[in-house]
Design a protein around this ligand. Sequence first.
Ligand code: SF4
Ligand code: SF4
Length: 93
Amino acid sequence: MAHVVADPCRGCQYTDCVVVCPMECFYGDEVQLYIDPDDCIDCGACVNECPAGAIFPDRDVPGKWAAAVELNAGRVKVLKPLGARVTEKRPAG
Ligand code: SF4
Ligand code: SF4
């Protein structure tokens, strides 16, 4: 079980979510952030930090964003070797 970043994250400038994650399991590209399903311990700490309401437990992702589960896992596989881990809040804008 893991948490998943869904579509409302696209274009977010704030990255409040990454600061609270005890496992540092967020990765990012130019579109959005993704959670590493292997490292996420399902603690839920990031959920309330996200102003966009973009983070869900994988079992509760709304149907219209169901593809996010596979997308997070797939993008992390690509981004992890590239060192695209995001652990610090980015400056807004
Ligand atoms: S705070 Fe939410 S919308 Fe912003 S980067 Fe994190 S998951 Fe994405
Ligand atoms: S649920 Fe916990 S471990 Fe998983 S991404 Fe969120 S803060 Fe990190």
